[in-house]
Design a binder for this molecule. Structure first.
Ligand SMILES: NC(=O)c1ccc[n+]([C@@H]2O[C@H](COP(=O)([O-])OP(=O)(O)OC[C@H]3O[C@@H](n4cnc5c(N)ncnc54)[C@H](OP(=O)(O)O)[C@@H]3O)[C@@H](O)[C@H]2O)c1
Length: 265
């Protein structure tokens, strides 16, 4: 792998944009080229906005070191088939849901591969990304992989199997948080607040709470700090726990995984 690897994106949608917009800040990356299926207008817009190169991936792949597959999972079988006759010493990474290194390696034997599962906060450089490496990945590949991961937020290496299970927590649970936020906003509005003010209250409350967690404090300790035994907050928590809030969240995680494994079949 070169000191400053050239990176080719196949797929130039939201996730690709989140990654290369972050990568443009890095001085350890060479040129970035983006490609897609057909939307030329978007490629032109991205080229003008981020000063990246554009091209037809099949024609430019030989001048790149890393290929990032940022197209839908369903597009992978055909692209991987085509890719198999074009890769030489490339490092191939996918960000697609459900496409782990074992799938990549089955199509690209002997090729170093990795799987990144980001979440939507990649858009603002705050993703909690999970990743797994294929068996051919060496230290030099890990370095460039980490640069890519750092461009979109925080990351954690897990096994492929764990990523299948834990994407429910990092990828789907943001929707649980937004559901929670929306419900609290409605509750605030029931006391006569406008939707804008209700939104501000809830947004900053969640942001502050998340920042305290990020500060390294444990969720249970923070909860206990807010909760006087037998007090008003405790009364609210009792309602949540009487409705089996914790078990409910675990059930939601299980439901995500059940559905995802059904879809994978
Ligand atoms: N967005 C997220 O928050 C998120 C989170 C985790 C994982 N992901 C994964 O990231 C991948 C991309 O998601 P996205 O949200 O960026 O999707 P998106 O905005 O819909 O973009 C998809 C891109 O893939 C291109 N594409 C589709 N088929 C192609 C093909 N056969 N060859 C080359 N390019 C092709 C599309 O090109 P055209 O527009 O020209 O058709 C488009 O540029 C997906 O696999 C998804 O599972 C996304």
């Amino acid at each position: 792998m070169l000191k400053k690897p050239n990176i080719l994106f196949i797929g130039a949608g939201r996730m690709a944009e989140a990654i290369f917009s972050g990568l443009k800040q890095s001085d350890t990356i060479g040129k970035i080229t983006i490609s897609n299926q057909s939307d030329q207008t978007r490629l032109t817009h991205l080229k003008e906005t981020y000063n990246v190169e554009t091209g037809i991936w099949q024609e430019v792949i030989s001048t790149h070191d890393v290929v990032i597959l940022a197209m839908p999972p369903a597009a992978h079988p055909n692209v991987l088939k085509e890719l198999s006759s074009k890769v030489t010493d490339h490092f191939v990474i996918t960000v697609a849901a459900g496409i782990g290194p074992s799938i990549l390696e089955a199509s690209l034997p002997g090729v170093p591969t990795a799987w990144i599962m980001p979440n939507t906060a990649a858009d603002i450089g705050e993703s909690m990304s999970l990743f797994a490496c294929g068996s051919e990945v060496k230290e030099e590949h890990r370095e460039v992989l980490q640069t890519i991961l750092d461009a979109i937020g925080e990351s954690e290496e897990l096994s492929e199997e764990q990523i299948h299970d834990l994407t429910a927590v990092t990828g789907s649970a943001p929707a649980f948080v937004y559901q929670f936020a929306e419900a609290l906003e409605k509750s605030a509005q029931s006391y006569g607040l406008s939707s804008e003010v209700a939104r501000k209250l809830v947004m900053q409350m969640i942001f502050g709470s998340a920042s305290m967690l990020k500060d390294g404090r444990k969720a249970g300790d923070l909860r206990d700090q807010v909760t006087t035994p037998g007090g008003a907050t405790a009364a609210g928590l009792d309602v949540l726990e009487n409705a089996e809030f914790s078990q409910l969240l675990h059930k939601a995680v299980l439901a995500v995984n059940h559905k995802a494994s059904e879809q994978a079949k």
